[in-house]
Design a protein around this ligand. Structure first.
Ligand code: HEC
Ligand code: HEC
Ligand code: HEC
Ligand code: HEC
Length: 408
């Protein structure tokens, strides 16, 4: 679990570097003449092995050019191309390509693409685009494969600038990059881990999905998590949680807005909070003594019980301003998008210690963000939340709390 955390931090750190340069699209257009042979005059790759650059995030393009130049990313065709570019060239080229329309897609897109991806597999395997979509949207926690949608966005339209768009990319290119990440021919901590856990068939499925995402039926039904198994811990936890019910509700849905809902919260996160209330790392006059009375085993059982309950989310209007900030952050003000850690559905990432915030009580969310902002709550690893919250205004916090409370 530390791996995912570390990789996210690395990604987030690299974000600040990436946003530094600013480019001129007109200057980039002239410089792009040498790229056209492979990436097309319109930024649409001339063949399946040449990635589309049209509409790709500028930050991402600049970062890749630099990686080719310094040898972090290896490719015999791109290395010499990038070696000749200055930082300003890279920024200009990135500005130019990112402004081109993305709808050109592959010139030979269609069912052939899917077949192509399948052909490269040693045994004839008929790729299943629905399985690809399912893996894309859900990941596979049992194999530590993160949900791709959390970083690359819905149908591959990434909302976070440093995560590449996969939409309208050649499926063959997507498959090739996943193989490169799998074999560490291309280095990125998070991607090496996820692709490393994917089989060749998973990769073929993923390519098949991107051959035509619109054609894949809704796999939302698969998103319904299987009912959490009722383990011995869950049963024992229910009895031990009786003392908590007055404030957190019998099923973890707190009736009082200032008390957090615990239903559906990740067990690891609950245990961490209880340990920290007990040691005083997280300070609260009410929870301190409650947690002091609990053993490690009590914490585990109570956490298992709450994690297995279903959160009740009240219907509410939410907030458009809050939503925008949640998904997009604010590059100018260096506010990292919340989606990067708390996920598209607000369900966090259990393994990395990112809590669920979807449907949490609005007043509680607001209070916690204020505490992080003022440094009154400082139990967050690497000051992740304090550094985000310190850049939020009080009205940002109000809108974000409204939006997160409405997420289902
Ligand atoms: C001779 C063909 C060729 C030329 C010319 C060329 N490229 Fe590339 N480019 C490639 C190939 C092949 C890849 C994919 C490398 C891989 O598989 O990792 C690539 C990858 C890239 C990527 C990474 C895209 C992604 O989605 O990760 C960027 C950015 C890029 N090229 C920009 C440029 C720019 C800018 C120019 C002109 C200055 C240029 N290329 C010229 C062949 C070329
Ligand atoms: C934690 C965030 C995160 C998750 C989750 C994630 N990716 Fe990535 N992905 C990245 C980053 C960052 C890069 C760019 C790496 C670099 O800078 O070279 C990337 C690059 C890629 C690329 C190469 C794109 C290109 O244009 O060259 C592909 C393909 C890809 N990811 C597919 C996936 C798939 C499939 C999944 C799910 C199994 C996934 N990713 C999950 C962050 C993520
Ligand atoms: C008298 C009311 C009260 C009782 C009883 C109570 N809590 Fe709490 N709990 C709170 C309050 C208030 C907070 C928010 C503290 C803060 O503002 O940081 C909280 C926070 C928490 C959190 C942190 C949640 C998060 O999202 O970060 C956990 C976990 C928790 N309580 C578990 C328990 C458990 C387990 C019990 C029973 C052993 C319990 N609580 C009993 C009032 C109570
Ligand atoms: C770099 C990752 C990261 C980013 C980006 C991030 N968070 Fe968090 N967030 C965390 C972690 C980790 C915690 C849990 C800290 C702990 O262990 O107590 C957390 C906790 C929280 C909590 C408290 C939850 C609870 O139950 O007490 C709220 C509210 C929250 N985040 C909101 C946000 C908002 C809003 C944004 C965007 C403006 C954001 N976060 C961005 C990592 C992140």
């Amino acid at each position: 679990m530390k791996h995912i955390l570390t990789s996210l931090i690395l990604i987030l750190l690299s974000m600040n570097i990436a946003v530094a340069a600013s480019g001129d699209a007109d200057a980039g257009k002239a410089k792009a003449a040498t790229c056209a042979a492979c990436h097309g005059a319109d930024g649409i790759g001339a063949s399946d092995s040449f990635p589309n650059l049209a509409g790709q995030h500028a930050d991402y393009i600049a970062k890749q050019l630099n990686a080719f130049k310094i040898g972090d990313r290896k490719d015999p065709l791109m290395a010499p191309m990038a070696a000749a570019l200055s930082e300003q060239d890279m920024a200009d080229l990135a500005a130019y390509f990112s402004a081109l329309p993305r709808n050109g897609a592959s010139s030979d897109s269609g069912s052939e693409n899917t077949a192509g991806a399948a052909n490269s597999a040693p045994v004839a395997y008929v790729p299943n685009p629905a399985a690809g979509k399912s893996l894309y949207e859900l990941g596979d926690a049992s194999r530590s494969i993160g949900a791709c949608i959390g970083c690359h966005g819905s149908e591959g339209n990434s909302e976070v600038l440093i995560y590449p768009n996969l939409a309208n990319q050649h499926p063959e290119y997507i498959a090739k990059q996943l193989m490169n990440f799998k074999h560490k021919d291309r280095v990125n901590y998070a991607m090496n881990q996820f692709a490393g856990a994917m089989t060749k068939d998973d990769i073929a499925d993923m390519a098949a999905y991107f051959a035509d995402p619109a054609a894949v039926a809704n796999v939302v039904s698969r998103r319904v998590m299987p009912a959490a198994p009722v383990t011995a811990e869950v049963i024992a936890g229910k009895a031990k949680a009786a003392t908590c019910a007055a404030c957190h509700g019998a099923d973890g849905n707190s009736p009082v807005a200032l008390y957090p809902k615990l239903a559906g919260q990740s067990a690891d996160y609950i245990v961490k909070q209880l340990q920290e209330f007990k040691t005083g790392t997280r300070k609260d006059p009410v929870m301190g003594p409650m947690a002091a009375a609990l053993s490690e085993q009590d914490m585990l059982e109570i956490a298992s019980y709450y994690a297995a309950q279903k959160i009740a989310v009240a219907d509410s209007a939410g907030s458009e301003i809050g939503k925008k900030l949640y998904f997009g952050g604010n590059v100018k003000r260096k506010i990292t998008a919340c989606v990067a850690c708390h996920g598209v559905n607000g369900k966090g990432m259990n393994k990395a210690g990112f809590p669920t915030i979807a449907g949490q009580n609005e007043a509680y969310l607001k209070a916690q963000l204020m505490k992080f902002k003022k440094g009154e709550r400082n139990n967050d690893y690497n000051t992740m939340m304090q550094s985000v919250a310190s850049k939020l205004s009080v009205s940002d916090i109000e809108e974000l709390a409204k939006y997160m409370a409405s997420m289902k």
